[in-house]
Write a protein that binds this ligand. Structure first.
Ligand SMILES: Nc1nc2c(c(=O)[nH]1)N[C@H]1C(S)=C(S)[C@@H](COP(=O)(O)OP(=O)(O)OC[C@H]3O[C@@H](n4cnc5c(=O)[nH]c(N)nc54)[C@H](O)[C@@H]3O)O[C@H]1N2
Ligand SMILES: Nc1nc2c(c(=O)[nH]1)N[C@H]1C(S)=C(S)[C@@H](COP(=O)(O)OP(=O)(O)OC[C@H]3O[C@@H](n4cnc5c(=O)[nH]c(N)nc54)[C@H](O)[C@@H]3O)O[C@H]1N2
Ligand code: SF4
Ligand SMILES: [Mo]
Length: 723
C-alpha cells in the first residue's frame, strides 16, 4: 500500500496550478411524482448544465410549473452542444430526479453490510450520530483514520468538493489522491508541453488529418463528433488508433489496431520513421524544442520491425501512418483518456505529445494536439471561491491513492488504519479496480461507512449511514469544463425533493454539529458561485452572473485564432517542448512491457479490456434506470471467434470470466471488434443486479501507472469457461 505525503496532481489542483504558474428534447411524459413546494411556484425557465464527468458539458434549459418539470432541453445558446443532449440524459428528470427509487431521506443500516437493509431516520439524528462517531475516531485515532472518497459524480465546482474539502481538511482527515481519471495523461503531457490545452474542440474542422488516439468520441465525446465529420467532409482523413474496434474506429477512414498498452512503442516508431525519412520540421525543432539529439538516438531501436513485433501491426502500417501524418497539414492528434489506463499510460501520452512538435503541426491552425481545456478556466476564474482557506491550505496529512482503496481498507499495518470512509460523488464498489478487495474492506464490521447518494448503489448498500443528495436540478452550481471552453452556471429548477440536500449543505451541517464556526463553512452556494466570477481576466469579458443566468453557457472570450504553440510558448520551465526532460524520470519515455511468467500466461491467457462502451450509462451512473438498462441490454463479453472456438464457446453462451481476483458471469458475444487474445466487457453495469454480484472491476488490477499514480485498470489478464 502506497500512502504518501505528496499528492499526485488531480484535475482541480492542476487548474489551480495553471493559475499559479500564470501562466431539446421536451419530456414525453411528465414526472409522476407530485411535490409540494413552498418556495417555487408557477412557470419558470432556468439555465443549467450537465454535471457529469463528460467532456461535453452540455448547457440546458429547464422549464417548471409549480415545482414540476415540464420541459428539459438542450440550450440553443451554446452552439457546441446546441440542440441535443445525449441518450443518457434525454429523460433525466424522470430517470434520476423523479425516479421512484431515489433516496429521499437519511437512512441507517439495519441488516448486514451489503444487504441494503436500512431504516429511515431524521437529518437531526443522522447528523448527530455521524458527527459523534467521527469525533470519537478523531479523539482516539486522529483525523487520518477518516478517508473521504469522492470523484466524478458531480463535476460542479460547488457540489464537487468546495465545502467537503474544507471539512476534511479541518478534521485532519487523510487526503485522497484522486487519480482514477486524467492523472497519468496530465503527468505525461506536462513532462512534454507543460500544459494540457492544445487545439480547441471547434477548431478540429480545420484539420486535414485527424488521429483519434485511444478515444471513442461517438460515444464518449458526442458533441465533438459532428465537428470531426465536418472536417472529414472538407477532405480530412480520420484515423483511429484503438485495440478495440469502437464505434468511432468503425466510422473512421482507417482503423489501426495495436495490442493494448503498446502506444508508447508505436509513437516512438512513428518518430523513428519521420526522422529517418526527413519528414520532421527542423526549423520548429531548432526554435521551440529541447532534446532532439537524445530523441534521435533513443528512437533508433524503434524501427518498424521492432515496433511491429511489439504492437502486432504490419511494418507497412507503421510507415504509412508516419508518412501520411507528417505530410498532411494541418494534422491533429486527439487524445483523451483511453491510453492512460495502461501501465505505460503516461509514457504513451508523453510519446504521442511529441509528434506535433517534431512535425511542426502546431504551426497550422487546426494542427497540433487536442486534450483537455483546463488552462483557460484556470486562468480566468477566481478559484479562491472554492479553495481551502489559508489556515487549512497545504495540509500535512497523509494521502491515500483512490486506486488502492481495497488495499487501504484491508491494510492492518496502516497506522492509523482507516476507521471511517466517507463516500460522495462516487460509486467505488463499482468503479474502483480490484472490486473484491474493496468489498472485503466495505464488509468490515469495524468500519464506519457514510455515503451521500441518489440511489442504493453497489457502494451505498454497504453504508452505515446514507444521506440523500440533491440532483443537479435542485441546487446551485458553476461548472467549468475539461472538453469545451464554455462556462455554465446551474440554477436550481425545483426545490429539493423529499429531504435531499446538496453536498455543500451536508458538510455545512456536519461542520456546525462538530463545532466549527469558521466563516468558510457559512458561505452559501450562490455566494461561492458569484465569487468564482469575481475576476477581471479578459477571458471573462461579457460573462457575468446575470448574463449566465439569462443566456446559459457562454464561451470564454478567447483570442480569435487559438494557436498556443505556433511559436513555442510551452508552459514548461524552459518554455520549450521537451523531447528530453531531465527533470522527469525517465527523461525520455520508453516502452516497458509488463512481464508475466509462463505459468501466469497459461493460467490467464486473455487480455481483458473493461471500457466505457455503454451508450446509456455514464460510468456506473444511470445503470439502475430500467428504461436505460433495457436499451443497453445485458452485460456481455466480446470475444474473437478463434478464442471462442478454442473453448467451444458459441454466441450467447453463458460464461464465467475469471482470474486470481474474481469471477464475472455474462454472455458471449462473438465479435471481430477484438483481435485474438483480447476480450472486452463493458464497464458500468451494477454488480448488485447480476449473477455472482460482481462486475468488470472484479477482474481489474489496482496497479498504478508509470507516472501520475493513475490506475492501470486495463492491464488485466483472464481465462474464460462456459458455465
Ligand atoms: N457513454 C459514455 N460516455 C462517457 C463515459 C461513459 O461512461 N459512458 N465516461 C466519461 C468519462 S469519465 C471519460 S474519462 C471519457 C473517456 O473518454 P475516452 O477517452 O474517449 O474513452 P475510454 O472509453 O476511456 O477509452 C477510449 C478508447 O480507448 C481504447 N483503449 C484502451 N486501451 C488502449 C490502449 O492501450 N491504446 C489505445 N490506443 N487505446 C486504448 C478503448 O478501447 C476505447 O475504445 O468518457 C466520458 N464519456
Ligand atoms: N474497469 C473500469 N473502471 C473504471 C473506468 C473504466 O474505463 N474501466 N473508468 C474510470 C473513470 S475514467 C472514471 S472517471 C471513474 C468514475 O467513477 P465514479 O466517479 O465512481 O463515477 P460514477 O460511477 O458515475 O458514480 C458517481 C456517483 O455519484 C453520484 N452522484 C451524482 N451527483 C451527486 C451529487 O450531487 N451528490 C452526491 N452525493 N452523489 C452524486 C451518482 O449517483 C453516482 O452513483 O471510473 C473509473 N473506473
Ligand atoms: S453526459 Fe455528456 S453528452 Fe450527455 S448531456 Fe451530459 S455533458 Fe452532454
Ligand atoms: Mo473518467
Amino acid at each position: 500500500m502506497n500512502s504518501q505525503k505528496k499528492k499526485g496532481i488531480d484535475r482541480r489542483e492542476f487548474i489551480e496550478l495553471g493559475v499559479k504558474t500564470a501562466v431539446g428534447v421536451g419530456l414525453t411524459s411528465l414526472p409522476l411524482i407530485s411535490v409540494s413546494c413552498l418556495s417555487v411556484s408557477n412557470t419558470k425557465t432556468v439555465h443549467g448544465a450537465c454535471y457529469h464527468d463528460c467532456p461535453d458539458r452540455c448547457s440546458w434549459k429547464v422549464t417548471t410549473v409549480d415545482n414540476k418539470v415540464t420541459a428539459f432541453e438542450a440550450s440553443q445558446n451554446n452552439p457546441y452542444t446546441a440542440g441535443k443532449l445525449c441518450d443518457k440524459m434525454l429523460n433525466f428528470p424522470n430517470d434520476v430526479t423523479f425516479n421512484p427509487d431515489r433516496i429521499l431521506t437519511p437512512l441507517k443500516r439495519t441488516g448486514d453490510k451489503g444487504k441494503g437493509e436500512f431504516v429511515k431516520i431524521s437529518w437531526e439524528q443522522a447528523i448527530s450520530e455521524v458527527s459523534t462517531k467521527l469525533k470519537a475516531i478523531i479523539n482516539t485515532k486522529g483525523g487520518e483514520a477518516i478517508l473521504p472518497y469522492s470523484f466524478g459524480g458531480n463535476q460542479g465546482m460547488i457540489q464537487g468538493d468546495a465545502i467537503s474539502n474544507r471539512f476534511f481538511a479541518q478534521i485532519g482527515a487523510s487526503q485522497l489522491e484522486r487519480t482514477i481519471c486524467g492523472s497519468a495523461a496530465v503527468a505525461g503531457l506536462l513532462a512534454v508541453n507543460g500544459q494540457t490545452t492544445g487545439v480547441l474542440p471547434e477548431d478540429i474542422v480545420h484539420s486535414r488529418y485527424i488521429i483519434l488516439w485511444g478515444t471513442n468520441p461517438i460515444l464518449s465525446n458526442q458533441h465533438l463528433w459532428p465537428f470531426i465529420k465536418k472536417a472529414q467532409s472538407s477532405g480530412a482523413t480520420i484515423v483511429t488508433v484503438d485495440p478495440f474496434r469502437s464505434l468511432t474506429a468503425e466510422a473512421s477512414d482507417w482503423h489501426i489496431q495495436p495490442r493494448p498498452g503498446t502506444d508508447t512503442a508505436l509513437a516512438l516508431g512513428l518518430m523513428h520513421v519521420i526522422l529517418a525519412e526527413n519528414l520532421h520540421d527542423q526549423d520548429y525543432i531548432d526554435k521551440y524544442t529541447v532534446g532532439i539529439e537524445e530523441l534521435k538516438e533513443h528512437v533508433q531501436k524503434y524501427d518498424p520491425d521492432y515496433v511491429s513485433q511489439i504492437t502486432g501491426l504490419e511494418q507497412e502500417t507503421i510507415i504509412a501512418l508516419a508518412q501520411a501524418y507528417a505530410q498532411s497539414k494541418p494534422s491533429l492528434i486527439r487524445i483523451l483518456i483511453g491510453m492512460e489506463h495502461q501501465v505505460n499510460g503516461a509514457s504513451a501520452f508523453r510519446a504521442v505529445a511529441m509528434l506535433p512538435a517534431l512535425t511542426g503541426a502546431w504551426r497550422h491552425f487546426g494542427g497540433g494536439l487536442m486534450h483537455f481545456t483546463y488552462e483557460p478556466f484556470g486562468e480566468a476564474l477566481n478559484w479562491n471561491s472554492v479553495a481551502l482557506p489559508q489556515s487549512l491550505a497545504n495540509p500535512k496529512t497523509r494521502s491515500i491513492n483512490m486506486i488502492e482503496l481495497g488495499k487501504a481498507l484491508n491494510n492492518k499495518e496502516l497506522n492509523p488504519g482507516i476507521d471511517a470512509l466517507f463516500v460522495f460523488n462516487s460509486n467505488p464498489a463499482n468503479t474502483t479496480p480490484n472490486q473484491n478487495l474493496v468489498l472485503k474492506g466495505l464488509e468490515r464490521t469495524d468500519l464506519l461507512t457514510i455515503v451521500s447518494e441518489h440511489f442504493m448503489t453497489d457502494t451505498a448498500r454497504y453504508a452505515d449511514y446514507i444521506f440523500p443528495a440533491t440532483t443537479v436540478l435542485e441546487n446551485w452550481d458553476i461548472l467549468d469544463s475539461w472538453g469545451t471552453t464554455y462556462l455554465n452556471i446551474n440554477e436550481p429548477a425545483i426545490a429539493p425533493l423529499g429531504e435531499s440536500k446538496p453536498n455543500s449543505e451536508l458538510f455545512r451541517l456536519l461542520a456546525r454539529e462538530m463545532g466549527f464556526n469558521e466563516p468558510y463553512f457559512q458561505e452559501s452556494d450562490i455566494d461561492m458561485v458569484k465569487k468564482t466570477l469575481e475576476s477581471d481576466h479578459g477571458y471573462l469579458k461579457g460573462i457575468t452572473f446575470e448574463s449566465l443566468r439569462q443566456n446559459g453557457g457562454q464561451k470564454l472570450h478567447l483570442p480569435n485564432q487559438w494557436m498556443p504553440h505556433a511559436e513555442g510558448h510551452f508552459k514548461t520551465a524552459s518554455g520549450k517542448c521537451h523531447f528530453y526532460n531531465a527533470n522527469v524520470e525517465p527523461p525520455i519515455p520508453d516502452y516497458i512491457p509488463v512481464v508475466y511468467n509462463k505459468r501466469e500466461k497459461e493460467q490467464y491467457p486473455l487480455h481483458l479490456l473493461t471500457i466505457k462502451t455503454p451508450k446509456h450509462f455514464l460510468n456506473s451512473s444511470h445503470a439502475n434506470v430500467p428504461t436505460l438498462i433495457e436499451k443497453e441490454g445485458k452485460p456481455y463479453l466480446e470475444i474473437n471467434a478463434l478464442d471462442a472456438s478454442a473453448r467451444n464457446i458459441k454466441d450467447g453462451d453463458e460464461l464465467k470470466v475469471f482470474n486470481q481476483r474474481g469471477n464475472v458471469y455474462l454472455n458471449a458475444r462473438i465479435s471481430d471488434r477484438v483481435q485474438q487474445g483480447i476480450v472486452c466487457m463493458p464497464q458500468g453495469f451494477w454488480s448488485s443486479f447480476y449473477k455472482g454480484g460482481s462486475s468488470a472491476n472484479a477482474l481489474t488490477n489496482d496497479l498504478l501507472t508509470d507516472m501520475g499514480r493513475g490506475g492501470a485498470i486495463q492491464e488485466a489478464k483472464v481465462q474464460i469457461v462456459k458455465v
